[in-house]
Design a protein around this ligand. Structure first.
Ligand code: SF4
Ligand code: SF4
Ligand code: FES
Length: 287
């Protein structure tokens, strides 16, 4: 109990320090703004209005920290970097999935109450904190990076720069899960077990297009990762704070691979003939 209280005190104190830091870096012109914040646990809760002072340069996370420090010390909010890099502070601001630390108050109409609520595609733990563990379970279902044996005796590989560049975009992902939050397959239809979602399709694309990886995950993409549920609405791409072109560069090429493997009769025939030929070829010729 003492440890929990001390942890809670530390959380509030770090929020207060963050709010103070934003005060000193921001301009001095203050005004009052209303934040309509979701308060509750599990499926029960309601919005509560908090009026707080805001000033130039502040982001939504600063306002939440100030509310936490001054009005609602038990308000739960997850954050770490306040720099758009850890992916922890995802929430829905005025109904849009966004990072709280990267949403400037100057972008919002402060004459109206600003709503701040947890991501709706995931179970609420408390207030603005959601349980995103389904994403980590989905990640475990995707077979890991499996490189071919090294190309050189010193244990190194050779690859074309253009092949390496292709997957760099996917490596920018900060696992904020905003794309998962906005995807109707997860948000409205709750198919978390059948469909891994856009974030994990980005992860699968990163592995499938990696020049050293030797696995073929197209069968799982079709059968257990549920790529067929995606109907290319592109909502995920629109909310990605890292500007990853999720649909065009990751999902569509993966869908094309699945189609080539499973629905292209000519490709199937070629693969069948190749398989037969190599099965009937003496080992020394097959090398
Ligand atoms: S494009 Fe596909 S993955 Fe992205 S939000 Fe739409 S249905 Fe979901
Ligand atoms: S792909 Fe973009 S929106 Fe999705 S988790 Fe990664 S950074 Fe967030
Ligand atoms: S606090 Fe790290 S991304 Fe917002």
């Amino acid at each position: 109990m003492a440890a929990t209280e001390s942890l809670a005190r530390n959380v509030v104190e770090s929020g207060r320090r963050a709010a103070e830091r934003s005060d000193t870096s921001a301009g001095t012109q203050e005004r009052s703004a209303t934040f309509r914040v979701w308060r509750g646990t599990g499926s029960s809760g309601q919005f509560r209005d908090y009026q707080t002072k805001v000033s130039e340069g502040m982001v939504v996370l600063d306002a939440i920290h100030r509310i936490q420090a001054e009005d609602a010390t038990d308000l739960a909010v997850r954050w770490n970097c306040k720099a758009g890099k850890c992916g922890s502070c995802s929430a829905e601001i005025n109904g849009m999935p966004r990072l709280m630390c990267m949403t400037r108050l100057s972008e919002l109409d402060l004459d109206k109450a600003v709503t701040v609520e947890p991501m709706r595609a995931f179970p609420v733990v408390k207030d603005l904190v959601t349980d995103v563990s389904s994403n980590f379970r989905a990640k475990k279902r995707i077979r890991k990076f499996t490189p071919r044996p090294p190309d050189a005796p010193d244990g190194t590989w050779r690859m074309a720069q253009s092949d390496a560049d292709r997957v760099q975009e996917f490596r920018k992902c900060i696992e904020c899960f905003l794309c998962q939050d906005v995807c109707h397959v997860l948000r409205d239809h709750h198919l978390h077990e059948q469909f891994v979602g856009p974030r994990l399709l980005v992860h699968a694309a990163q592995l499938e297009m990696h020049p050293l990886d030797i696995l073929d995950r197209t069968n799982e993409l079709k059968e257990s990762h549920g790529i067929g549920y995606c109907n290319i609405t592109k909502c995920c791409t629109k909310v990605c704070p890292e500007h990853i072109t999720i649909t065009d560069n990751a999902i569509i090429p993966l869908k094309e691979r699945v189609v080539d493997q499973h629905y292209d009769p000519l490709g199937k025939l070629v693969r069948l003939l190749r398989g037969r030929r190599s099965a009937g070829t003496p080992p020394e010729e097959a090398q």
